[in-house]
Design a protein around this ligand. Structure first.
Ligand code: NDP
Ligand code: A1CAB
Length: 280
């Protein structure tokens, strides 16, 4: 069966958790023949090409977009090989922390003097992109053209919702909320399951009710379009069970404080990652 091609070719640099999630979504939408660089991924479906190193990408490949999806600490090692491609196509970086100026300068350092300045656009996606339910926030510097911004939107809209910010420094809090956020939700499911088992429920039942509750609540919020505060109140019978739990969770020093501290720690780490880091 041939699939209609709706998305332009990309050079995907790093195909782990996040690069792989985006690739999964793009493959479902019909990605034009692309090159994927990753030393662990076992295969990609034809007509796409998997190579182990940036040095293995043929010189005559002309991607519409170069997507950087290595760990922030490992991107500097690929700059020399990627830089020539950055003269042909904009670079879309999903790296936490690394700034547009820092990445653009690192690419420019690898190019002959007098070369045009590589265009780098930043995006913060999340792993639900793999099922078309992602949330990606983008930032483009003034040198990016409307066509380049539209191309980013087109690629990322294929795997979920897309929003743009005008101030790059907002990307740190975005990262703390939507980039890392799926992990907090999965943790909630994990903890509810653990507490259920500790409270005497059969493990299979604890697992089922924790997971379906998280999934069902998220789907209800999206499909109803109702404010989450109202959905919460709809569950909370006065004097009932939910109220007792929420009195614990919503105490000022409980979830409100803990979440604020956690998100600030994530945003702080995003700022720390903005410069070259030792590999860890
Ligand atoms: N995971 C997430 O939910 C999100 C991640 N991000 C960002 O996405 C980026 C990737 O994160 P994630 O997908 O979790 O990381 P992973 O480590 O899972 O994926 C990166 C992949 O790229 C490979 N790679 C790196 N350098 C090279 C190279 N020179 N040649 C071949 N393969 C290479 C890595 O191999 P190896 O491990 O051997 O280096 C690895 O397989 C990060 O910058 C992160 O900040 C953004 C939003 C959400
Ligand atoms: O944990 C991280 O650093 C990356 C960025 C957002 C989600 N994962």
């Amino acid at each position: 069966m041939t699939q209609t091609t709706t998305l332009p070719p990309v050079l995907l640099v790093g195909c782990g958790n996040m690069g792989g999630a985006m690739l999964d979504g793009w493959l479902k939408e019909g990605l034009a023949p692309s090159f994927i660089i990753d030393r662990h991924r076992e295969s990609v479906p034809a007509p796409h090409h998997l190579v182990r190193s940036p040095d293995d990408v043929p010189d005559d490949f002309h991607p519409a977009m170069i997507v950087l999806a290595t760990k922030p600490q490992k991107v500097d090692a690929v700059m020399a090989a990627i830089a020539p491609f950055a003269l042909r196509a904009p670079v879309l970086s999903v790296l936490a922390g690394r700034t547009v100026a820092g990445l653009s300068d690192a690419l420019a350092d690898q190019l002959p003097a007098g070369s045009p300045v590589p265009v780098v656009i930043r995006a913060m996606p999340n792993t639900p992109c793999s099922i078309g339910q992602g949330m990606t926030v983008c930032y483009a510097p003034p040198i990016a053209t409307p066509a380049q911004r539209m191309l980013c939107t087109r690629l990322l809209r294929a795997v979920g919702d897309v929003a743009w910010i005008d101030h790059e420094d907002q990307m740190d809090m975005v990262t703390a909320i939507s980039g890392s956020g799926p992990a907090y939700v999965f943790l909630l499911a994990e903890l509810m399951e653990q507490v259920g088992v500790a409270g005497g429920l059969p493990p299979e039942l604890a697992r089922q009710i924790a997971r379906q509750t998280v999934a069902g609540a998220g789907a209800l919020m999206v499909r109803s379009g109702t404010d989450p505060a109202l959905l919460r109140r709809n569950v909370t019978s006065p004097g009932g069970t939910t109220q007792k739990a929420l009195e614990v969770l919503m105490a000022p020093d409980a979830w409100p404080a803990t979440l604020a501290t956690a998100l600030k720690a994530a945003a702080h780490r995003s700022r720390e990652l903005s410069g070259p880091q030792p590999v860890s």
